[in-house]
Structure formats: C-alpha cells, structure tokens
Ligand binder design. Structure first.
Ligand code: PLP
Length: 224
C-alpha cells in the first residue's frame, strides 16, 4: 500500500465509499453500488473493525474458510449479509446454503440443481448470481457468454433458483471496461437487473459501466 494510504480499516472503508460515490455521480441516475468487502484470508480480528465501521456485506471465496470465522460474527451481528464469490463444489452446496446469504458463483447445471434442492430442504431461498466467464478464459469458472441467457432461463424455469444478476471477473491484464459493458448487455438480454463486477483495481470503472455491487478486498483489508 502507498505510504499515504489511509491507515485504519475505517479510514480505508470511508475512502473506498467516497470513491464509489464520486464514480456514481458521473453517470446519470447512478445509484451508489453496494460494497461487498472481500475478507478472504483475513481473520475475525481484522474483520470486526470493518463491521464496527458500518460495513454489512462481506464476500468469501471458500466455504470451509468462511465456516471458520462467520458463524460467530453472524450471531454477534445478525444483519450481516455474506456473499459466496468463489467456485462451489456440489458436495459443499448444503454448507454454503446454510451459511451464506447470497450465492454469486452459479456456473453449471448440476450445481444449480443441487443448490435449488438444498434451498428447498433448508427453506432458505437465497438470491443467486450466474458467474459468466466473460473473457472466455480456460482457467476461469463461469458459463460462456454464448450460453448465459439460456443458462439463466434454465436456472429460473427448470431449477427454480432466484437469479438476480450476473457476476464476472475479467481477464487480469486487459482493460476491464469492455468486459463490464458486455456483462451489462448480457444481463439486459437475460432479464436480470444486478451486476456484480469490479474489484480493488477497477471498481470505479465497473460502477461507470453499471455495477450494482463491487467486490473489494485488498484495497480495504490490505495485501494478501
Ligand atoms: C479476491 C476476490 C475479489 C477481491 O479482489 P481484490 O483485488 O483484493 O479487491 C473479488 N472477487 C472475487 C471473485 C475474488 O475472488
């Protein structure tokens, strides 16, 4: 982090929120996006000051890691909203449904079907995002851009999931703007309204392209 970066978690949170608001003001009717604070690799001790500073949405990418720190925090702060933002194995679906409040990484039929069954069983109908492999990268999770609209339709009509939006992680070494714009187009085509896109390095660009939530980790918690 640069020497003049804000020092406390609360300062960094305020700084990120101010940057998000400035970005939102640059677009017409721009609602301020929701900040999802990505706390992966950080423990409860690092997370509590951010909660105390008013942050309520948090993101984790591993079910098992999240199980180690969030049940306690959630009972202490009942209004927290926990987002699963990493790939989900079907054998962890039951645990994920029990712990998380939003699933952002629905990316294949088998997972969609098992999630829907688990949600019925646990009587927890969670809002879900379909993850799109927006750069068509072999190593990345997500449905292809060509399959996105049909997959969203199947998730809703066939499996009964509550798909509220699309999520993406653009290729790391390219300008993200065009990818964010494409995710926004796909969301319109699929008839979903929410866009989870933008991380520490590019959340302002994502907001300019219509992000309704950004996922910010290192800019808030520090380097991992
Ligand atoms: C780690 C992670 C983030 C946050 O990345 P930063 O660059 O630290 O802000 C966002 N989204 C996903 C899916 C992640 O795994």
């Amino acid at each position: 982090m640069s020497p003049n970066a804000p020092e406390t978690a609360a300062d960094r949170l305020a700084d990120i929120k101010a940057r998000m608001e400035r970005a939102a003001r640059r677009i017409e009717g721009g609602d301020v996006a929701e900040l999802v604070a990505v706390s992966k690799t950080f423990d409860a001790e690092a997370i509590v000051p951010v909660i105390e500073a008013g942050q309520r949405h948090f993101g984790e990418n591993r079910v098992q890691e999240a199980q180690g720190k969030w049940p306690g925090l959630k009972s202490e702060y009942p209004d927290l909203v926990l987002h699963l933002i990493g790939p989900l194995q079907t054998n962890k679906a039951a645990d994920a449904v029990a712990l998380f409040d939003v699933i952002e990484s629905v990316d294949r039929d088998k997972l969609a079907r098992i999630l829907a069954t688990e949600m019925d069983k646990q009587n927890r109908r969670l809002p879900c995002f379909v993850q799109v492999n927006i750069g068509g990268e072999e190593q990345k999770a997500g449905v292809s851009t060509a399959e996105t609209v049909e997959f969203v339709d199947r998730c809703r009509d066939q499996y009964g999931l509550d798909i509220v939006g699309l999520m993406c992680i653009p290729p790391i070494d390219e300008a993200p703007g065009p990818y964010f714009a494409q995710l926004a187009r796909l969301a319109r085509a699929a008839g979903v309204s929410r866009l989870s896109m933008g991380m520490s390095a590019d959340f302002e660009v994502a907001i300019l392209m219509g992000a309704t939530q950004v996922r910010v980790g290192s800019a808030l918690f520090g380097a991992r």
